[in-house]
Design a protein around this ligand. Structure first.
Ligand SMILES: [Zn+2]
Length: 473
């Protein structure tokens, strides 16, 4: 059964068939980070969500242009830079470099473009000028505000009217604004702040205008997909729509995708993990593919309850994946491995087509993993290569195949060896000795070696492709 990709579009609150504006090509913009601090697990979730969406669109054969920005001028950056006695530009550059380190560690595919707000000030000034000319904005003493009442569809994305927004917000009385929900497009700079010259005096852009300017510069207007965390729906994304549609009279983004929050499951969390929040700190504890598995086994729209138990489960699951791959590679070493993929790929695609349902896609992958293990146990190699190929394709789309199976297992074993007073060489030597004993049917000696290794918490597994070992869990 052929299915096409369906996406839950925040704009209409329901799943819609995805049809790109240009056949074969997808344009996607995702709001990036404000670079004033290290990224935390909430960022990791958004980054991994859109990494898998990007990977899947490419798997479907789309030529995908993916833009993710850096907000590198902002109140928080200015404040933090002043605290640390460095320039805002230097502070932003530092955290952009840190971001890139995190992105590499997480195994994210690099976006097509990574524009910075400060590199697009002239585009923002042009956009603000158009809004002023069209009567959607007004100048007050060097500041420029967008007048929300001039856009009848304001609130369409968040599904709230202006009155409802007012009721839900803490409104600061600002006599200079025509409506309390009006927002800044341009802010005059205070003494000592970074500034750019503009028709309204020296200042800097408001936050929202940068995403309107940068998305359409690289992707055109309208473009296909706009993504971000749920916390960005209002006011940030709502304001992007207002600015862009009022400036040009054309629709802005066609499909809006928002990922859910990460919540700390406090009751389940030990003290050690409770303090771990940055990506770097988590990756000191768990391998990046473990974190990825953990995040992706919840649907991207649902909240993730971050817990130590969950991470341990993910660690076990990833170990099984790599152990199976290693066994399959060994069993298939003699064959060329040029076979097609098995039918599981179609099931996997059906689940991913259903609003990128990664938890169900993982279930399909594990079903195939179990089938591969059964075949290996029964020393059955007929059709093993097609299943192995499917498995690898699915893992590639989910971004879990960034290192050979052996590397993950080796790093796990290395960590185990540091706790145990036995080297991998010793273990391999004892396994060889045991194999010789078994070949001569000297079962007593073979069992004695197994017991000796068990004393070091080393567990042996005898399979069709030889004996493998791991530390007791
Ligand atoms: Zn944005």
């Amino acid at each position: 059964m052929f299915m096409s990709l369906r996406i839950t579009n925040t704009l209409r609150g329901e799943k819609e068939v995805f049809t790109p504006l240009t056949p074969g090509r997808v344009t996607m913009y995702v709001c990036g980070v404000t670079v004033y601090d290290h990224c935390h697990i909430g960022h990791a979730r958004a980054l991994l969500t859109f990494d898998v969406i990007f990977r899947y669109l490419r798997f479907l054969g789309y030529d995908c242009c993916f833009v993710r920005n850096f907000t590198d001028v902002d109140d928080k950056i200015i404040r933090r830079a002043a605290d640390e006695g460095v320039s805002p530009a230097a502070l932003a550059q530092h955290y952009i470099d840190e971001f890139h380190r995190d992105a590499t560690a997480l195994g994210l595919l690099p976006p097509t473009h990574e524009p910075r707000a400060t590199g697009h000030i002239s585009e923002m000034i042009a956009l603000i000028s158009r809004l002023l000319e069209a009567g959607h904005a007004y100048v007050v003493m060097g500041d420029v505000y967008f007048g929300v009442e001039t856009f009848l569809e304001y609130g369409r994305l968040s599904g709230r009217s202006l009155d409802e927004m007012m009721a839900g917000a803490r409104i600061e009385v600002d006599e200079r604004k025509r409506h309390p929900m009006d927002f800044a497009l341009w802010k005059s700079s205070k003494e000592g702040e970074p500034f750019w010259d503009s028709p309204w005096g020296r200042g800097r852009p408001g936050w929202h205008i940068e995403c309107s300017a940068m998305s359409t510069k690289y992707l055109g207007q309208p473009f296909d997909i706009h993504g971000g965390g749920q916390d960005l729906i209002f006011p940030h994304n709502e304001n992007e729509i207002a600015q862009s549609e009022c400036a040009t009279g054309t629709p802005f983004a066609r499909y809006w995708i928002h990922n859910g929050f990460v919540q700390l499951a406090k009751e389940k969390m030990s003290k050690s993990l409770g303090n771990i929040l940055t990506i770097k700190e988590i990756l000191e504890r768990v391998h990046p593919v473990v974190l990825r598995h953990y995040m992706l086994t919840t649907h991207y729209r649902n909240p993730v309850e971050f817990s130590e138990d969950g991470l341990s489960d993910a660690e076990r699951a990833v170990t099984r994946i790599y152990e199976t791959l290693e066994r399959a590679e060994k069993a298939l070493a003699a064959s060329g491995g040029r076979a097609a993929a098995s039918g599981a790929i179609d099931e996997f695609k059906q689940e991913m087509d259903d609003d990128f349902n990664t938890p169900r896609a993982f279930a399909v992958m594990f079903e195939e993993l179990r089938a591969v293990n059964r075949m290996l146990d029964q020393q059955q190699t007929q059709g093993l290569d097609t299943r192995r190929n499917s498995l690898k394709t699915m893992l590639e789309v989910l971004g879990l195949l960034q290192l050979p199976a052996g590397d993950f297992l080796a790093s796990k074993r290395q960590a185990g060896l540091q706790e145990q007073a036995i080297s991998a060489d010793d273990i391999e030597r004892l396994i060889e000795e045991r194999n010789r004993a078994r070949a001569y049917k000297n079962w007593a000696r073979a069992d004695a070696i197994r017991d000796e290794l068990k004393a070091y918490a080393v567990v042996l597994k005898d399979g069709s492709s030889g004996t493998t070992w791991e530390f007791e869990k």
